[in-house]
Design a protein around this ligand. Structure first.
Ligand code: DLL
Length: 437
């Protein structure tokens, strides 16, 4: 097979040169970071007062890890390194409380990020002749605009269809001859089920490829989508703190995700000891973003479990490959691609005085999609035999939750004292989805 490279020199740079490049970028990053209130204190405490205090890549270890909690504490501008009038965009992801984590970009940051997404798309064999339907949420979520700009940079015709509404998605695919789509893996499975339901034949579509990410999925799921839809599916990994998509992506070998090491420095640590794990072992992925000036983030604990393949890829790229992400080291749930912390649910329901003390969150598969049910007890003053006020309460809880978590949950009300109480640490979450990852 012949492989195409978006940036041939950078994608095949010998490791020594790649690391030298990373060091230059790291020095710049430290300089940007020193302009932010958040990092000024941290870096000074670590004895780093200038970019030149970083002499080797090993010096990165002198900088403490950053967590989602840190980013929230720095909200809104504690991590901003440039004047606000140079910022051209922000993206945000939900936090564990009402405070989101917000990432700012200047014009060059957007151009660099777009370059990494374009490189990723190109690595799968796409080119300007492709018609790309971006079936993912636009807005504050990075998946929409990130892939949109990346697709345009490749020169593809980009259809900004957004997620949902499968009937309209099929119409767009047929009208414009879509050859490549981007979606969460669960939405791709849903699309396939709907195709059968609506009698859309595979032959009426020109689909060849899909980019699937934003949530964990197994190799079996990939194969299933590929066989059902008769397309190639490429795994796409990213997170809003590191710009969004375009952090790591599979090439045509489909054997691990190339982490773009001219944009990101990766470490794999043991989440308990915080020490690096031996090469090839899995642990928690820690990332430093070398390609963004406006919001510098160093050594971010992603909470994602992964590790690095040790042998090189046959595509010739020198950037190391991550194992498929197998889960998280915290309690964050990903429901149809939307991130959710159980504490967000707790905060909403516990602020309602009619709600009792005990609750439970259930996640399961309904068909191919994830389904969230929130079971909560009512307070002792609420009568379970009076359906009207109960239904009104249920609806109010559902709407308030939906407004906060952007997922439409099913709500069940239970009599006070009727939900099982666990001895010791409460187990609030029952994730009944098949563990095939
Ligand atoms: O999900 C960015 C993205 C958009 C990636 C579109 C790929 C495609 P967040 O909303 O901040 O950003 O969620 C990031 O999602 O830390 C992982 O836990 C999970 N995740 C993302 N991609 C994958 C993947 C976007 N391919 C969080 N496999 C990350 C497994 C993934 N988990």
């Amino acid at each position: 097979m012949t492989y195409q490279y978006w940036n041939p020199r950078m994608e095949t740079l010998p490791r020594a040169e790649l690391e030298a490049y990373q060091l230059t970028k790291l020095k710049d990053l430290v300089r940007y970071a020193l302009r932010t209130p958040f990092y000024q204190k941290r870096l000074h405490q670590a004895g780093i007062k200038d970019g030149e205090d970083i002499k080797t890549l090993g010096d990165l270890k002198r900088i403490p890890f950053a967590t989602k909690l840190d980013l929230r504490a720095a909200f809104p501008y504690g991590l901003l390194s440039i004047p606000l009038d140079e910022v051209v965009r922000l993206h945000a992801s939900s936090g564990t409380t009402g405070t989101p984590t917000t990432i700012y970009f200047n014009k060059e940051d957007i151009i660099r990020w777009t370059g990494f997404v374009a490189r990723s798309i190109y690595a799968t064999g796409c080119n300007k002749t492709d018609v790309f339907q971006n079936m993912i949420t636009y807005g504050l979520f990075t998946g929409g605009l990130g892939f949109h700009f990346g697709g345009e940079a490749v020169g593809m015709l980009v259809i900004p269809s957004g997620s949902g509404n499968t009937t309209r998605q099929f119409k767009l695919m047929q009208d414009f001859g879509t050859t490549v789509v981007h979606a969460t893996p669960s939405f791709l499975l849903h699309v396939e089920a709907k195709m059968r339901e609506e009698g859309i034949t595979r032959e009426s579509l020109k689909l060849k490829r899909a980019f699937a990410g934003a949530e964990p999925y197994s190799e079996d799921t990939r194969r299933r989508i590929e066989e059902l839809l008769k397309i190639d599916v490429y795994n796409s990994y990213g997170l809003s703190e590191m710009n969004g998509p375009g952090v790591a992506f599979e090439c045509q070998c489909k054997n691990g995700l190339h982490l773009w090491e001219d944009g990101y420095i990766a470490e794999i640590i043991n989440p308990d000891t915080l020490e690096p794990v031996p090469e090839g072992e899995t642990g928690e992925l820690v990332l430093t973003c070398l390609c963004r000036e406006a919001t510098p983030i160093l050594r971010y604990r992603t909470r994602d479990r992964s590790g690095f393949y040790t042998e090189p890829c046959s595509c010739g790229r020198t950037h190391r490959r991550l194992y498929r992400i197998t889960g998280r080291t915290d309690d964050m749930l990903i429901i149809n691609g939307v991130n959710l912390f159980p504490s967000q649910i707790e905060e909403v329901i516990m602020s309602m005085k009619e709600v009792g003390n005990n609750y439970c969150i259930v996640v399961e598969k309904e068909g191919v999609l994830d389904r969230l049910t929130v079971k909560t007890e009512v307070g002792p003053d609420i009568f379970m035999d009076d359906a009207r006020p109960l239904n009104a309460l249920k609806e109010r809880i559902r709407k308030t939750l939906q407004a906060c978590i952007t997922i439409n949950p099913r709500v069940e009300l239970h009599e006070s004292g009727s939900l099982p109480v666990s001895e010791g640490k409460a187990t609030r979450v029952q994730d009944n989805r098949p563990k095939d990852v």
